[in-house]
Write a protein that binds this ligand. Structure first.
Ligand code: SAJ
Length: 425
């Protein structure tokens, strides 16, 4: 194996699992992050993100001597860039971290090295932005070093399993670069490894998340239409999905996270004149928190002074990630309506910094409220027995904006019930 020692730049949701998966498969890995606190924390065994199984994997990798952390890269056989690519408030790709990571590699780049970009990026980033920065080393991409793009496509909550089992795409700036990427990832990837060129691999990643965004926007719009026509959207979607070529996703409070709510904008920015569908889907999903609050006002009356306990703040179920979370946006909109809000996020009890009472336990959250508002289908919430909840709360109304509760059970326990896509009250 040519690649015995690698640097992984960026120790977030993708970089850290990638670094420790390589390390537990025998590669010497140097995890690099510009955030000194993260590096120091990891050096002391403190894992700053929650992902099932990650803590013990990182600790084992450190103990085996194959994984260490530092603030800057050093000379190695291969570099993997896994830094964030957020969007600006104007919905433009912010490539500052990718550029800075590439710059930090320049002094350490050697002939024969392999560099892989994993960060989700607009089309042509590898060829037009990363290659020229690395060439400041005096080495030429393709001739002197290998360069490829390989997007991470793992699902938060299942990262450690999917990083190994998923099909992986590797797009080289030339064929030897793609083959070199395959050699490196073969260390642990059990899924197929598909080789293509760098720009195709960039498009693949953006197309996957855009496709999902558009499908969710469709489901959300169907929920609006179902409400207008007095139809239960959940039942209609279930029946429609029995068609062999239909697979509508679920309506919800909006699309959050750092991927699906961001990536389609990279296509819109790159080619606004030919991406109206992508753009509109983003607007539909971004409008969903506002729709949810309007629906509550329409069905429950003015929310001014109403005691609402919001259950869940994460961007989706059973994770601690609050990035771009529609649940948080809904809480903020409810605060603007002057509702009195208690928030409870079991995976990050201190994650909300706005003007709401944050509590550490479900008991505290439910105790004194009028409306229970389910925003995230965490197992802890979907598994609740409404009859038990009845004993724990003063609330008389249960509102489900993510499809985690069944009307019949809550009504049987004496609650008034309101659900996205199936309103009534
Ligand atoms: N959502 C719905 N309805 C649904 C499914 C999801 O409203 O039927 C919402 C979720 O609640 C959440 C958002 O969409 O707010 C996104 O969640 P997700 O589970 O669909 O996806 P992510 O963002 O956690 O991960 C996605 C995945 N991409 C695809 O499934 C095509 C993952 O494989 C990617 O690696 C990841 O983006 C990424 O990093 O790009």
């Amino acid at each position: 194996m040519k690649y015995q020692k690698i640097c992984v730049l960026g120790l977030g949701y993708i970089g850290l699992p990638t670094a420790c998966t390589f390390a537990t498969h025998g590669i010497e890995v140097i995890g690099v992050d510009i955030n000194a606190e993260i590096v120091q924390g990891l050096q002391n065994g403190h894992i700053h993100i929650f992902e099932p199984g990650l803590r013990s994997l990182v600790q084992n990798a450190i103990q085996s001597g194959k994984l260490r952390f530092q603030p800057t890269p050093e000379k190695v056989d291969a570099f993997i860039i896994a830094v964030p690519t957020p969007i600006t408030p104007e919905k433009k790709a912010d490539l500052a971290a990718v550029k800075a990571a590439a710059e930090s590699i320049v002094p350490h780049l050697q002939r024969g090295n392999l560099v892989i970009l994993e960060s989700t990026s607009p089309p042509r980033t590898t060829c037009d932005i990363v290659a020229p920065i690395l060439e400041k080393s005096g080495l030429k991409a393709g001739d002197d070093f290998l360069l490829a793009y390989s997007p991470e496509r793992v699902l938060p909550g299942k990262i450690l399993e999917e990083i190994i089992q998923n099909t992986r795409v590797i797009g080289g700036i030339d064929k030897p670069s793609a083959s070199a990427g395959k050699e490196l990832y073969s260390t642990f990837v059990k899924g197929d490894i598909l080789l293509t060129n760098a720009t195709t691999a960039e498009m693949v990643k953006l197309m996957e998340n855009t496709y999902r965004d558009i499908n969710i926007a469709t489901a959300n719009e169907f929920a609006h239409l179902a409400d207008r026509f007095g139809v239960n959207a959940w039942e209609a979607i279930e029946i429609a999905n029995r068609h062999p070529r239909v697979n509508i996703l679920k309506p919800g409070p909006g699309v959050g996270g750092h991927c699906i709510s961001v990536d389609p904008w990279f296509l819109v920015e790159a080619a606004p004149d030919i991406s109206p569908l992508v753009h509109t889907a983003r607007e539909v999903n971004d409008g969903q928190p506002g729709y949810v609050v309007d629906l509550m006002k329409r069905k429950l009356g003015a929310l001014d002074g109403k005691k609402i306990c919001a259950l869940g703040l994460a961007y989706k179920a059973d994770i601690d990630d609050l990035r771009e979370s529609p649940a948080i946006e809904i809480v903020e909109l409810l605060l603007k309506e002057k509702a009195a809000i208690t928030v409870f996020e079991p995976f990050k009890p201190d994650g909300f910094h706005g003007n709401a009472r944050a509590v550490d336990t479900l008991e505290d959250a439910l105790q004194d409220c009028e409306i229970m508002l389910l925003l995230v289908a965490h197992h802890q919430f979907t598994g609740l027995d409404p009859h038990n909840v009845r004993q724990m709360t003063t609330a008389t109304v249960a509102v489900d904006m993510c499809g985690g509760w069944q009307r019949q059970a809550w009504e049987a326990a004496g609650f008034q019930f309101l659900k996205l896509g199936q309103p009534s009250i």
